[in-house]
Design a protein around this ligand. Structure first.
Ligand SMILES: Cc1ncc(COP(=O)(O)O)c(C=O)c1O
Length: 379
């Protein structure tokens, strides 16, 4: 069955060579725009492509503001700071995520707390969140506090895993009950929508990544999305070293960050953005082909949740158990087809092993079984 999978992937990508998990496609104006930036000499964070890229992403996501950053981790860092996350706080997130989610929390001096995911969405579970808060949260004058740790629960940070939207209605309702603000890690979810609304636009702030492995890339890059004018202005200020606008005076009014996306990266991003609708369509078509293979071979595949339109950034299969998962990974790697297990769960990493969690039953179940399979746009 695994050899049959390898052959099916080879048929899809029409190659006998190595097949990576996800490689970028540069099929449009990339070289033209990059040459234009080089000719202009505006290669760093001043230049017209940055603003244009921001406005094209904001339009695509129907967000009021988009603020471009050097990468998604920096975007998360700033979004958390703007939501008021500071030393001694806690941020509720999922154990099923890439380490950057937790690192950004740590950069703010805060600690992650891990709540379980739903198997249907791979994202933070509203039921598990409600149970966790019911058991541990206490409303006080200055916010919601964790009775067990004594720390303030500052923010809830769900992540749209592999481009599949979380249950945002459920999560927003629980957060509203407790007055906790919600930020979305939508790093993997550009092109994913829930009830027609783009991921990253449900919370106070949302974050995208344009890393080389994402659906479109700027080399390295990220974006903060928000509908809030004041937050957008602060995001711009903080990501540009908090420099006060002036023709020649050089002053900064707080400790800022050199996080603005360079013009070179934005030029690449603009050319990629032009191809985004086609990439999403192509990846949804690829997912449909994998779904047929999975149905024919009685294998479970992770499909978009009800009401969602996923970008299927990374396709995922759910095998029977860890032994079958490892056999699949061995076989595909031996045959030059790159596949990958789920990330090590965050509290299983040494830096986050002391963090509180709720038992993570579904997260552990997924970690035993899930494999990602090649998902580059087929050309
Ligand atoms: C879930 C998640 N969060 C954050 C990031 C960080 O983005 P970047 O690599 O652009 O810093 C990534 C991807 O890289 C990611 O997958």
């Amino acid at each position: 069955m695994f050899e049959h999978f390898v052959q099916s992937v080879r048929d899809i990508y029409q190659t006998d060579g190595f097949i990576p998990l996800h490689e970028p496609r540069f099929l449009g104006n990339e070289k033209r725009y990059l040459n234009d930036v080089i000719d202009s000499t505006f290669v760093s964070s001043v230049g017209s492509y940055v603003g244009e890229f921001e406005s094209k992403i904001a339009d695509y996501c129907a967000a009021r503001h988009a603020v471009a950053t050097v990468n998604g981790t920096a975007a998360l860092h700033i979004a958390l700071l703007l939501a008021g996350v500071g030393p001694g706080d806690e941020v509720i997130t999922q154990a099923v995520t890439f380490v950057a989610t937790c690192n950004a929390i740590h950069y703010c001096g805060a600690e992650p707390v891990f709540v379980d995911v739903d198997v249907a969405t791979l994202g933070l579970s509203p039921t598990a969140l409600a149970e966790f808060l019911h058991r541990h949260a206490e409303r006080r004058d200055h916010g919601v506090f964790n009775k067990t740790s004594g720390k303030r629960i500052a923010v809830c940070l769900p992540m749209h895993t592999f481009g599949h939207p979380c249950d945002m209605d459920g999560l927003l309702a629980v957060c509203a009950d407790y007055g906790i603000s919600l930020i979305e890690d939508a790093a993997e979810a550009l092109g994913s929508r829930l009830s027609g609304r783009h991921c990253g636009t449900f919370g106070t702030l949302g974050v995208l990544s344009f890393n080389g492995n994402k659906i479109i890339t700027t080399g390295g890059g990220g974006m903060i999305l928000t509908d809030d004018d004041a937050l957008a202005q602060q995001a711009r200020h903080l990501t540009t070293t908090a420099k006060c606008a002036h023709a020649w005076h050089f002053a900064h009014d707080q400790i800022g960050y050199n996080y603005r996306m360079p013009n070179l990266n934005a030029a690449l991003g603009l050319a990629q953005r032009e191809q985004l609708p086609g990439f999403v369509e192509c990846k949804r078509g690829l997912a449909a082909r994998y779904r047929h293979w999975a149905e024919d071979n009685a294998v479970r595949m992770v499909c978009e949740p009800d009401g969602a339109e996923s970008n299927y950034w990374l396709n995922a299969l759910l095998l029977d158990d860890r032994a079958q998962r490892d056999a699949f990974l061995d076989c595909t790697h031996r045959h030059g087809v790159m596949t990958r297990p789920l990330w090590t769960l965050m509290p299983d990493l040494p830096m986050y092993s002391h963090c509180q969690h709720d038992g993570l039953v579904h997260s552990r179940w997924l970690a035993e079984r899930l494999v990602n399979i090649p998902s580059s746009v087929v050309v």
